[in-house]
Structures are given as C-alpha cells and as structure tokens.
Design a protein around this ligand. Structure first.
Ligand code: ASP
Ligand code: MG
Length: 451
C-alpha cells in the first residue's frame, strides 16, 4: 500500500490529470491511495472570494466563483466528455458551485468572515478536484472510489490550521479506506481539508495536502508516501537563487525537515513528522517527468557532510543581555515562556553566560514581547536580518566543513552562528540583503568547486 499525493499543478488541467492517471495506473499493483490538491490556483482564488464577499464586493466575488465554475466544468467536459459519468460529475460540480455562491452571499450579508467560514470556502478546492479526478481515473481504467476527506481527516476545531486527531483518523481509515483497498479499489481523497467529529469543515493550513498524505500514510502504515509535484525533487539550493543547484537523490529525514523549515518549498515541513514516526520513506517526484530519479527521504541515507544550502530573509534577531544571568538557573526558561505565551516559534538560538539571542520569523506582537522580555535584561532587536543554513549530517566532528563555510563567506558579516550538537545544520545570521550572496558563496564552495 502506498499513498500518492498530487499537488495543484499535477491536477491543474486536463493534460495534468491525464498524466496523473497514467502515473497511478502504473502503480496499481502497489495499491495506491490517492490524495489530491485543488486545481492549481483554486485555493488562492477561493480565499480571495472569501475576502471580497464581506467587503461589499459581492459582484466581484460572484464573478470569481463563476470563473472557477467555468474552469472546473471545462475540465470535467474535457476529461469525461458526453459520458453519463461526465453528466453526473458535471451536475455535482455545479451543485457545489451553487452552494459556494450561497455561502458567498451569506458572507456578504454578514459583512464578516470568521475562520470557520473561511475554511468552509477554502475547502471547496479539494471538494471539487477530488471527485473530478476520481471520475477521470475510472474512465481511464483505474478502479477509483471518491471518499470525502472530511470523514477521514478528523481534526479539532482550530479553523485555518486544524490539528489532526490520529486515533480518530486511524478509526476512520479502517472504516472508509480499508474496505475499498481490500476490494482492490483505489480511494481518492482531497488533501488539506478535514472535519471535526461533529462534522464542521476544517483545513490543515496552506500547502496542507502533503500533511494529509503523510497522515493517511501513517494511519495506513503505508510502504511509501509519494509527493508528486512540478519540480524534480529537493535540490542543493533554491534554483531561483542558484542556477547550478543540483538534485538530491537521497536525503535523511532530519535533513529534509531541516531544509523544509528553511523554506525549501517542495515539501511542507510538517509532512515529515507523521512519516518519521513510522519510518515510512517519502519520495518526491516530478509529474512532468515521471521516470526521473526524484528525491528519496529516509532514515538511513548515507551521512554527507553538507547536503544543501538554504536561506531566507525577513528574520528578526532578539538579544537579551544581563549579567544577572550568570549562574542563575531558570532565566532561559523565563525568556522562552514569553515567546511561548505569544505563540512565537523561535528558530535559531545562541547563548552565552550573560546573553540569549534568538531569531523569530513572524514578529507579531513584537512590542509587547519586548516589554515582557525587559524583565530579564537589556533587550535589543535587529530587524531585517536573514538566515543562511548549511544542512548536512557531517558538519560537526572532525570534518573541515565549518571552517570551509566561514571561509567561503569571506567578508560577509555574520551576526550570529549556531551549530546544534546533532550537527545537522550550521546556521548563520547575516544581513537580510546578503542572504542570496551568502548562499551563492556557500553553494559554490561546497557543490561547485569539486567538493
Ligand atoms: N490547496 C491547498 C493550498 O493551496 C493545499 C495544497 O495544495 O497542499 O494551500
Ligand atoms: Mg498546493
């Protein structure tokens, strides 16, 4: 049993869905469970609609809904033609759009959109794509059965970024997916969307389909989880920044998670967790080039000193300095409890005997946070910094990689530096506008100069 997940561009139009069907047909012997995103761009369009409707822009919202309706019905027609199934799915799609239009109208009357109604609107993307794909599969010889993901991806009610409930999901998988698999069928579900036990629609957060795939994979104890997208896999750097970036064919779980958290757009970071816990390998493939190698993410990839270079700007560095920290237990806990209270996740940490420096991504409530941190010492903030990370399993120990990295940076200013004891990434804080240059220098040194 494998889980195959197809992102928005792999189901974006008729040609893409045809390719996806061919990929799944080639995997029938492995008993695929198929998870699909919304047609590319649909979730964005839906969220725009949800934003416009309550602002008195009802006409604009309705126009947006009609454009989506035309696009989806066009795909249905192209894929299914005049068949009975085509008529049936077309009617179903139309009905969903009628519902959506009512929802838009309700939002415009209310003049307000709650997180709950935002999820209800956003979920239409996957509620539409999944039955279309299932029907297209059936017409192409795949014994596909559509399953409403909201019955299976059971979550709490944290709309916008709902938390999956693994036990309830496992039970729902037994009830809704196992019988289909046992009968030799191929379940097709939307990613990203879920439902609370009392039937409210939720979403897992943007890009959440990978997470869905990993969660279903974990619940089914799948042999593998395949993430089909429009790039070849994970690369040694972002190719938009570094033209010489290369494919990583095999990477360790922890390295991949690290890379994902540093903005490697290929993979949703949380995808990793449910798969890691079950040692299920995750493969990333390009649906445009189904025979290409792709990237395999496992526990046991050989250790490599440096696997990739990543970076991002817009980082805030907060430094708390106080001689009172000297030998005082609990200060660090106090400082971190402030971040915890404001739900800010800290990325990079460096400490000395008298100071604690951290970086934050989302600097929401920063003023309030700084005020509270003031209780622990002198607080300084540096905005507009960037993070550059070198990810690999052999950075510590006796390898010369650390020296090489610092040498490669040359005259670029490093504001902070952190290497964890697990030595899986060396993180350097540089000026925000130097992130790309730093990445280029590091990539050149480790990957382009015969490393
Ligand atoms: N359709 C959702 C989004 O665009 C989920 C996904 O594609 O993973 O965020
Ligand atoms: Mg997507």
């Amino acid at each position: 049993m494998i889980v195959t997940k197809f992102g928005g561009t792999s189901v974006g139009d008729t040609a893409a869905i045809e390719r996806t069907a061919a990929i799944v047909r080639g995997r029938l012997a492995r008993q695929p469970v198929v998870v699909v995103s919304a047609l590319a761009g649909t979730t964005n369009a839906l969220l725009d609609i949800a934003a416009q409707a309550p602002k008195g822009q009802f006409i604009v919202a309705i126009r947006g809904i009609e454009a989506l309706r035309d696009r989806h019905l066009g795909v249905v027609h192209e894929l299914l033609g005049e068949s009975d199934e085509g008529a049936e799915v077309g009617a179903e799609v139309s009905m969903l759009f009628d519902e959506l239009a009512h929802l838009g109208e309700a939002l415009s009357v209310l003049g307000d959109v709650s997180p709950r109604s935002l999820d209800a609107v956003a979920a239409y993307g996957e509620r539409l794509s999944s039955p279309i794909v299932a029907a297209a599969f059936r017409q192409r010889g795949i014994p596909a059965t559509w399953v409403d993901a909201r019955w299976v991806m059971i979550t709490d009610g944290a709309f916008g970024k709902a938390h999956p409930q693994p036990d309830a999901i496992a039970e729902a998988v037994r009830e809704h997916l196992q019988p289909i698999l046992r009968a030799g069928g191929v379940p097709v579900l939307g990613g990203y969307i879920g439902g609370t036990p009392d039937g409210l629609t939720t979403t897992l957060g943007r890009g959440g389909s990978d997470y869905s795939a990993a969660l279903f994979g974990a619940a089914l104890d799948a042999e593998a989880i395949e993430i089909w997208t429009d790039v070849d896999g994970m690369l040694t750097a972002d190719p938009r920044v570094i033209s010489g970036a290369r494919l990583i064919e095999h990477i360790r779980f922890d390295e991949a998670a690290e890379l994902a958290s540093f903005g490697a757009k290929v993979l949703h970071p949380s995808t990793i967790a449910p798969a890691v816990q079950r040692s299920i390998p995750v493969f990333i493939y390009n649906s445009h080039r189904p025979d290409a190698a792709g990237t395999r993410i496992t526990f046991d990839a050989p250790r490599l000193a440096v696997r990739a270079v990543a970076g991002r700007a817009n980082v805030v560095l907060v430094n708390v300095k106080s001689s009172a920290m000297l030998g005082t237990p609990g200060v660090v806990r106090g400082i971190f409890s402030v971040f915890e209270r404001f739900k800010l996740s800290v990325d990079v940490i460096a400490t000395s005997e008298v100071s604690v420096s951290v970086t934050l991504d989302a600097a929401t409530h920063l003023d309030a946070v700084l005020t509270e941190l003031g209780a622990f010492g002198d607080v300084t903030v540096e905005r507009g910094r960037g993070i550059v990370a070198i990810v690999g399993s052999g950075l510590g120990g006796h390898t010369p990689s650390m020296a090489r990295a610092l040498a490669a940076l040359g005259d670029l200013r490093v504001h902070m530096c952190s290497l964890s004891a697990s030595a899986i990434n060396l993180t350097l804080i540089v000026d925000g506008d130097q992130v790309h240059e730093a990445m280029r220098r590091l990539h050149r040194s480790f990957f382009e100069e015969g490393a």
